[in-house]
Write a protein that binds this ligand. Structure first.
Ligand SMILES: Cc1ncc(COP(=O)(O)O)c(C=O)c1O
Length: 378
């Protein structure tokens, strides 16, 4: 029997039609390496909402012969202090992505239960649900005169049957908008007895509207956080789930015994020290400063129309030239993200705000692109 027929006969049914995740970096790995011999340009990565700067950390290797703690005290204590919650309300995991998966595995029965998502939004909620054979119900955000990518509360409450987790992304990736607090509360109250409402705050440090106070008010609220964005540690894979201690206890039943390697724990604790927090706040201020300038400039180029808002570290815009513009940027090794396949985002591209030099290069190229468009249209 060939391996192809072996797999066709034996693979789990719900896995058969899934496709491996194409990370933002892998999508352009080949283009980043190509170029003529005299092309020494460094690729500019503005496609995964990563931070533009990286920091040096110290590693203490003295205990690397031992297995690490599942939930290292130094990391849990530091994050609890940073977030202003109790230690028993914090779970640390391999990125917020693992938090999403743990919630699905602990709270959804495969086949019968569903998660509720509000597209356009972060893709991993649906991907993770599908890998666990859990259903995905979609209630799109409302984007019209009534709201700028706001929650459709009426349809979200109407969709309750078998929903065990409701994912609300705030700030929402990729629209950069914030759902209204009263809508979030209405959803939390509606689902009080039947579902956890998971507020994904991966970008919270770029705005000043955290929802942590809801955690104290409502037992069915969960907040997701990460070190990947404002803390500039996407490569570390470290995220946090904040919830009532009883919910954290359930998640601990399904987490791997050693989710965090010892070096990850060492670095996370340093990133959350007083010095690390100071650096993070400075970097966030710099990115937001850059972002305001970038938004102003972009809005005045060609047919670019800004879409949504900029409460994260990224900018979404629409252009009818999106394919040609992407191609032009890729040719010059500047990588941004195509979001046009998402509901309501036809012709939309997303830029992660980089450092001053990266943003300047991006603007220079986009301006050049539209000059060429205009010249060829004559
Ligand atoms: C909204 C949102 N949540 C979660 C994540 C994943 O975070 P992590 O890198 O901690 O897994 C991302 C990453 O892009 C994101 O945009």
């Amino acid at each position: 029997m060939s391996i192809t027929s072996f797999i066709a006969n034996n693979i789990a049914k719900h896995v058969k039609d899934l496709v491996p995740y194409a990370s933002a970096r892998r999508l352009f790995a080949a283009s980043a390496q190509t170029g003529s011999e005299d092309d020494h340009s460094v690729p500019i990565w503005l496609n995964a909402n990563e931070a533009p700067t990286s920091t040096q950390y110290e590693l203490d290797t003295s205990l690397y012969n031992r297995y690490p703690d599942c939930q290292p005290d130094a990391v849990i204590n530091a994050y609890a202090q940073y977030a202003g919650v109790n230690k028993d309300q914090v779970l640390v995991s391999r990125g917020a992505d693992e938090g999403i998966e743990l919630l699905i595995r602990a709270f959804c029965d495969p086949v019968t239960d569903s998660v509720l998502i509000c597209p356009p939004t972060y893709g991993m909620y649906a991907i993770s649900a599908r890998t666990c054979n859990v259903g995905v119900k979609s209630v799109p955000l409302i984007n019209n005169d009534l709201g700028d990518f706001q929650l459709d509360v009426a349809n979200m409450t109407a969709a309750s049957a078998n929903v065990k987790l409701v994912f609300i992304c705030a700030p929402n990736n990729p629209t950069g908008t914030l759902p209204s607090r009263s809508d979030i509360e209405a959803i939390i109250q509606h689902y009080a007895q039947t579902a956890l409402v998971v507020i994904d705050e991966a970008y919270i440090e770029f705005t000043d509207e955290p929802h942590l106070s809801l955690l104290a008010q409502y037992p069915n609220v969960v907040v997701l956080r990460t070190l990947s964005k404002a803390f500039a540690l996407a490569g570390l894979r470290c995220g946090f789930t904040l919830a009532q201690p009883d919910i954290i206890h359930e998640l601990l039943k399904v987490i791997a015994p050693y989710p965090l390697s010892a070096p990850v724990a060492d670095i996370a604790a340093q990133a959350l020290s007083a010095e690390g927090l100071k650096r993070m706040h400075e970097q966030v201020a710099t990115i937001l400063h850059e972002q305001v300038a970038l938004v102003d400039d972009l809005a005045n180029i060609g047919d670019i129309e800004l879409v949504g808002a900029q409460t994260g570290n990224f900018i979404l815009f629409r252009t009818i030239h999106k394919d040609a513009l992407m191609q032009f940027l890729v040719h010059h090794k500047v990588f941004i993200r195509d979001q046009s396949k998402q509901q309501q985002l036809q012709n939309c591209l997303r830029i992660s705000t980089g450092n001053a030099a990266e943003n300047a290069r991006l603007l220079e190229l986009i301006t050049q692109f539209y000059q060429i468009q205009e010249a060829t249209a004559l």
